[in-house]
Design a binder for this molecule. Structure first.
Ligand code: GLY
Length: 426
């Protein structure tokens, strides 16, 4: 098979790397890819924009592409699957109408409310004054969300009504309405990524992301600064409930709307102190960095799973096989991220980091004049496996300091929820 992987982050490097471990996959082409996919044996980068559907479609037809796997939400929300399917290219990823589960939080909320899927109560506003008046009647904390895609910057968990008002004003000022004001639920967050062929679902191992930039889960929200899997909070019993109460009913509800959803249904869940799962948001794609921690534990060939979704035969597949043990991914970012950061700094030490037993996935990197340089906010993901979390965390943190670039930053507490005392770096 020749597979297209669309996107250029750590998630896409992990997808390409895992796909190339399948005997049936001869070649992966990443669009546009990054410095890591450029160096991956069997993989080639193609410099096209992810929204250049015509260019991607032409390439797929001319080069006999067997399947396209779409990484990021933007091309899905813009309808890449619809476009490529019309060219008879098989695509792993939902159609534009299905991608609304991520591209419109209001749409997703209505779907959940109609299907009785647990999710925090909310109100939707298209007018700033009505939203501000409504906030006067609320008690903090409250959550303020942009309806549409916001690259991880559309959610504010406001601890005061004043902060919530400022968030509402800022969203309206930036044209990001409608705005959703949501009840704030507490507990532990967990990411459950499920594969679906539009009929059945198969959940992957649950993962726990670290969304804030600062240690101790402080500071601004990011795309994710590190992750561990399998998250012990999602016990097998809880995973069974998540499948029965959330994932399968969502797929059924999509199908009842006539939506043919073949791809990842990613549930961002809060597990309440009473142990009940509730949906904070759905995404229509693999999570990042979750994918960088989950895929190294996968034993079933990835291409088999993705093809089973695309060909609507997931129900016939044997249970997904996993390696035992634990996985941790520490994201290495450019200083200043998630605000402004520099690109073009030389990166050293990846081989030495990998000699410590970790695997380094590239996210914001590129090769410029034969040198690997930074090219994004989240630059690398250092993933390590271990028999248990302490081993995986220790290995990841032993490897990470070998990596060097100007102003690099990483959190020193990824996995603090599962680490024994003394495992995390000082
Ligand atoms: N790690 C969060 C996300 O992929 O949206």
């Amino acid at each position: 098979m020749k597979v297209l992987v669309i996107g250029g982050g750590g998630r896409e490097h992990a997808l390409a790397w895992k796909l190339l471990q399948s005997q049936n996959v001869r070649q992966v082409i990443c669009i546009p890819g990054n410095g890591g996919t450029a160096k991956l044996e069997g993989c080639q980068n193609l410099s096209l924009r992810v929204d250049d559907f015509e260019g991607i479609g032409r390439f797929a037809l001319v080069h006999g592409i067997s399947m396209a796997v779409v990484g990021p939400e933007l091309p899905l929300a813009l309808g890449i699957t619809d476009y490529l399917r019309r060219q008879n290219v098989m695509v792993f990823g939902p159609t534009q109408v299905g991608a609304q589960i991520e591209s419109s939080k209001h749409w997703a909320k209505m779907l959940m409310q109609d299907a009785g899927i647990p999710t925090p109560a909310c109100e939707v506003f298209t007018d700033v004054d009505t939203a501000l008046d409504y906030l006067q009647t609320q008690v903090a904390p409250v959550v303020v969300k942009a309806d549409g895609l916001a690259a991880g910057k559309g959610v504010t968990v406001a601890s005061t009504i004043r902060e919530a008002q400022a968030a509402v004003e800022s969203l309206f000022r930036n044209g990001m309405q409608p705005v959703i004001i949501e009840e704030c639920v507490t507990g532990q967050e967990v990411s459950v990524l499920a594969l679906t062929d539009g009929l059945t679902v198969r959940a992957l191992l649950p993962a726990q992301d670290h969304k804030r930039i600062g240690e101790g889960d402080t500071g601004e929200n990011t795309g994710g600064m590190g992750v561990y899997a399998p998250a012990p909070i999602a016990t097998p019993e809880l995973m069974a409930r998540i499948e029965q109460e959330i994932l399968q009913p969502t797929v059924n509800a999509l199908r009842q709307l006539g939506i043919d959803y073949r791809g990842v249904l990613y549930a961002g869940l809060m597990i309440t102190p009473e142990g009940n799962p509730t949906v904070l948001e759905f995404n229509c794609r693999f999570g990042d960095p979750e994918t960088q921690a989950i895929l190294p534990l996968l034993e079933t060939p990835l291409e088999e799973l993705l093809l089973a979704c695309v060909k609507q035969r997931l129900a016939n597949l044997s249970p997904i096989r996993w390696k035992p043990g634990a996985s941790v991914c520490v994201v290495v970012a450019a200083g200043g991220y998630p605000g402004t950061f520099r690109r073009g700094d030389a990166i050293e030490g990846i081989e030495q980091a990998e000699e410590q037993g970790a695997h380094v996935f590239h996210a914001g990197t590129q090769i410029k004049q034969q040198k690997l340089v930074t090219d994004g906010g989240r630059v690398l993901g250092v993933t390590a496996l271990g028999e248990n979390f302490d081993q995986a965390i220790a290995k990841a943190y032993q490897a990470t300091p070998y990596i060097q670039f100007e102003n690099m930053y990483y959190r020193r507490d990824i996995g603090h929820q599962v680490a024994s005392a003394g495992t995390l770096p000082q």
